[in-house]
Every structure is written in structure tokens, then in C-alpha cells.
Design a protein around this ligand. Structure first.
Ligand code: NAD
Length: 480
């Protein structure tokens, strides 16, 4: 296994290279605060080269038969799997999550590429019955054009691979603006495509100043589609920019996952499952369950199980054997969580597990359970994006559903219940893009992935995902 940490470069027109002005950014290990590596920071001339390459790459990739595109994608998946140990090590050193989670992310990404490689061959249009003899009416699905994709640091590969795979399957070229704090894993993903023989210009990878890059790429007439994963605030800003230039967009934004626990459920089993889901990746997950709304008769029991589960989690460096939760990915998250908890406690909430930073080196934060939080607290309204479970009693299922739908977010929701009527109500009445009932079942390659309302639009999974990278053109022709 390769042990030295790579210095991540830009990938432009089929070649890895430094920024034209030599600029680079430091990468900090969130477990040690030490500099673990560097990443090149693109300047405008680099972006212009990436754009020109992407334009030429699009012309070539669009004309490449779907079966050949699919073949390259399958080979890339195999190369990515081969790199799993090294890529996972680099991901953990930059992002903090336990090595096993990083490895799982790499393996899941390979599967996502394969699934989209299969879909590439089934990207059908349709024939529409005509009103006159001799007329053929065709609705054709075509790739929208070169894509600019902006991906975040919480799942360095997973958030990138979904956009990359759907775009390539549809026949688009893509420029990825990767996460500056966790650049090595997305670079390993792109390297897998390079090894698989992706033609120059079809995939570009840049890092740098996010605002400068997004403004430049979105305004370019070459780019026809924007895809972003990140906070709602930034998503709205980028969607507005895209709107100004009439570009199609996919927005995978923040959430504030409600999770309703009905009184008739197996409370311990639900708490065991949910504690794992909550503290995975230290809660830095857009679909993380966050507001636990528990029917009053089982409130104490659920709170007790979640508190015990949180206290039993082993926190430490993601590289250490047996560690279940690593540090937060950056110092911003530590101060954000501290502020949100202080505000909630001042308003009367009680912390039953964790609640504070661990040690003074690295961004370690104890898995936290906070109960009886008033709706006016900031943490009930802003996405905490960290290892905090908010547990509140609900007087009835009606009240729990009303609270679930109170916020403008609408990404993921969860529910646990036995009665068929309650299960049906959870599925129908919570307004989120994804709902998982009595199990944790979101995020598979073949299922839709995306939000509604302020959590964005478009899908990053399932057959819907390719459609987001296509346009429909209608041609009607009469035989003469
Ligand atoms: P942030 O809002 O500054 O950035 C979020 C992401 O957007 C980052 O990847 C960043 O590089 C990117 N970004 C910021 N400004 C940009 C711009 N002008 N153009 C293009 N990209 C831009 O916050 P942060 O501290 O990095 O992350 C914290 C918040 O972001 C969390 O509260 C969470 O809501 C959200 N977030 C969501 C996801 C997700 O999976 N949906 C992932 C990461 C972060």
C-alpha cells in the first residue's frame, strides 16, 4: 500500500498538473491539526483551458456509442476498486472518518459507476403515434452538454461519483470542482477513469477558490448544466447564477432529517439502528436523522437507549482500529456545534450525552444527545451537520408530522411504527424527497436521491438521475 500522502494536482485536458500560477492550498489532518498535504489551486487561465477541453471532450463523448462509454465506465469501476486501500487511507487522513467507512465509500462508488454504466445503454427516447399517415414523431434524449459540478468534503468520493457517473452515462463531459479540504479521494476517482481510457477533455478536475471558480464556470457559454451538493444558502446563490445564464441545474442541499418514533415500535431496536445512522461520519451527512420526534409513552425509553448508545461510541483517529467515529472534518464544524448547543441549553434543553469537544488537538467532538429542545432554538431550525441527536416528545402522531414538516427543508425523513395506518401516514404525510420507514434504506445507486423545497431538486440516483443530464428534442418527419 502506498503510504506517502499525494500532493493533489489539477486534471485538465487529460493531464495532471499544477496551477499555472503555482498556487496551492494546505490540507489539514482533522485528527492531528497537522498539514498532511497540498492541493493545487486553479487560476482563471487553468479554468479556461478546462473549459476548452470540456467543449472538445463533449463533442467526442457525445458521439461515442453508449456501449463504448459503458465499457470505459466499467473499467474505471474496476480500477477504483483496485485502489480502495490507498484511496481510503488518503480519505481518512483528510476527512477524518473511520478507515472502514472510507473503504466502504470507495467500494460503493465503484458500484455506482457500474450501475450508471448499465443505464447508459438504456437511455431510451420514444416514438409518439402520429395523426397522419407517413409521419414519424420522435422524442430524442440527448446529453445536455458540458457540466460544471461542485462537490463537498463530507463524502469526497460519493458526492462526486454520482454526478460524474450520471453525466458520463448521459454522454456529457464534466468539469468537477472538488473539495479543497479533501481532494485526494476525488483525484483517485478521476485517476481510475484516466486509467480506464477516458478521452482527454471528457473529465476535468479543479480545486481552488469556490466562489471564483463557480462564477467563472457558470457564466461560460460552454457549460450547459450545473450540479451542486452543499448548503442551501450556497445552493440558492449558484441556482440564481445559473438562472441568469439559463443553465439547467441539480441542487442537492441541506436537510434537517425528522425521525418519528411511534409508541408501538420496538424502541430498543429502532434506537440501535438510529444511533448508527446518526453518528455515521460524525453526523456530517445531508440525510442524517436529526430531529427525533418521539411519541410521549416511549419518550423516556428511547432517550435512555440513544443516550447509552451515544456514550458507548468509540471516538478517535479514523486510522485507529476499532474507532467508530472520527473527528469532525474541519474546525468550523466544532465551533458551529458548540454555538448551537449553548443556545439550546440556554433555552432549557438538557444534554444527556456528550455536549463538548474532546481534547484540544484535532476536531474531536463527543457523540451528543440533547433533549426537550424548544422549537425556537437555533438547532431546531438550522442544520447542525454534526454528531448531535435532538430528542423531543410528541403528544401525538399528528403533532410529530406537523413538527417534521415545520421547516422549509425537505430532504430525508425516517419513521418507526408497527401499525399499518401509522406506516402509511409516515410515508404519505412527511414532505421530504426521501422517506425510510422501519429501516435505514436511502442512498442506493438504483433509487432516487434528492430533496424537495429548500433541500433542492433533481435526483442523484435511480434512472431519474440520467434524465437530469439530458435534454429532450422533438423531431417530426414525413416520408416523401
Ligand atoms: P459552506 O456553505 O461554505 O460550503 C458548503 C459547500 O459549498 C462546500 O463544499 C464549499 O466548497 C461549497 N461552496 C461554498 N461557496 C461556494 C461558491 N460560491 N461556489 C461554489 N461552491 C461553494 O459551508 P461548509 O462549512 O463547507 O459546510 C457546512 C454546511 O454546508 C453544513 O451546514 C451543511 O449544511 C452544508 N453541507 C452539505 C452537504 C451535503 O451533503 N448536502 C455537504 C457539505 C456541506
Amino acid at each position: 500500500m502506498e503510504s506517502s500522502h499525494p500532493e493533489t494536482q489539477l486534471f485538465i485536458n487529460g493531464a495532471w498538473r499544477n496551477s499555472s500560477n503555482g498556487s496551492r492550498l494546505e490540507i489539514l489532518d482533522p485528527a492531528t491539526d497537522e498539514i498532511v498535504g497540498y492541493v493545487s489551486s486553479a487560476a482563471i487561465p487553468d479554468l479556461d483551458e478546462a473549459l476548452a477541453a470540456s467543449s472538445a471532450g463533449f463533442d467526442m463523448w457525445k458521439a461515442t456509442p453508449a456501449i463504448d462509454r459503458s465499457g470505459i465506465m466499467r473499467r474505471a469501476a474496476a480500477h477504483l476498486r483496485d485502489s480502495a486501500d490507498t484511496t481510503a487511507l488518503h480519505m481518512t487522513s483528510e476527512q477524518g472518518k473511520p478507515l472502514a467507512e472510507s473503504r466502504m465509500e470507495v467500494m460503493a462508488a465503484a458500484e455506482i459507476i457500474e450501475w450508471f454504466a448499465e443505464e447508459a445503454r438504456r437511455s431510451y427516447g420514444r416514438l409518439i403515434p402520429a395523426r397522419a399517415a407517413g409521419v414519424t414523431q420522435m422524442a430524442m434524449k440527448e446529453p445536455v452538454g458540458p457540466v460544471a459540478a461542485f462537490t463537498p468534503w463530507n463524502f469526497p468520493i460519493n458526492q462526486t461519483v454520482r454526478k460524474l457517473s450520471a453525466a458520463l452515462a448521459a454522454g456529457c463531459s464534466i468539469i468537477i470542482k472538488g473539495p479543497e479540504e479533501t481532494p485526494a479521494a476525488p483525484a483517485a476517482l478521476v485517476r481510475a477513469f484516466e486509467k480506464a481510457g477516458i478521452p482527454a477533455g471528457v473529465v476535468g478536475l479543479v480545486y481552488g477558490d469556490p466562489a471564483m471558480i463557480s462564477e467563472h464556470l457558470i457564466a461560460s457559454p460552454i457549460i450547459r448544466k450545473i450540479s451542486f451538493t452543499g448548503s442551501t444558502a450556497v445552493g440558492k446563490h449558484l441556482a440564481a447564477l445559473a438562472g441568469r445564464h439559463m443553465k439547467k441545474t441539480t441542487m442537492e442541499l441541506g436537510g434537517h432529517g425528522p425521525c418519528i418514533i411511534c409508541a408501538d415500535t420496538d424502541v430498543k431496536a429502532a434506537a440501535d439502528l438510529l444511533a448508527r445512522a446518526k453518528f455515521r461520519n460524525a453526523g456530517q451527512v445531508c440525510i442524517s436523522p436529526t430531529r427525533f420526534l418521539v411519541e410521549a409513552p416511549v419518550f423516556d425509553e428511547f432517550l435512555d437507549h440513544m443516550t447509552k448508545a451515544a456514550k458507548s461510541i468509540k471516538v478517535g483517529s479514523g486510522l485507529e482500529e476499532g474507532v467508530q467515529m472520527g473527528p469532525l472534518a474541519n474546525r468550523r464544524r466544532v465551533s458551529a456545534i458548540e454555538e448551537l448547543l449553548a443556545d439550546a441549553v440556554a433555552l432549557g434543553a438538557n444534554i444527556t450525552a456528550g455536549g463538548a469537544r474532546i481534547g484540544s488537538k484535532g476536531n474531536f467532538f463527543a457523540p451528543t444527545v440533547i433533549a426537550n429542545v424548544p422549537a425556537s432554538a437555533r438547532i431546531m431550525n438550522e442544520e447542525p451537520f454534526g454528531p448531535v441527536a435532538i430528542i423531543n416528545p410528541a403528544a401525538s402522531l399528528d403533532d410529530a408530522i406537523a413538527e417534521a414538516n415545520r421547516l422549509p427543508y425537505g430532504l430525508a425523513s425516517y419513521g418507526f411504527a408497527r401499525s399499518a395506518r401509522s406506516i402509511e401516514r409516515l410515508g404519505l404525510e412527511i414532505v421530504t424527497g426521501m422517506t425510510s420507514i422501519n429501516h435505514i434504506g436511502l442512498g442506493l445507486a438504483e433509487t432516487p436521491f434528492g430533496g424537495v423545497r429548500d433541500s433542492g431538486y433533481g435526483s442523484e440516483g435511480g434512472s431519474e438521475a440520467i434524465g437530469d443530464y439530458q435534454v429532450t428534442r422533438f423531431v417530426t418527419q414525413r416520408a416523401v
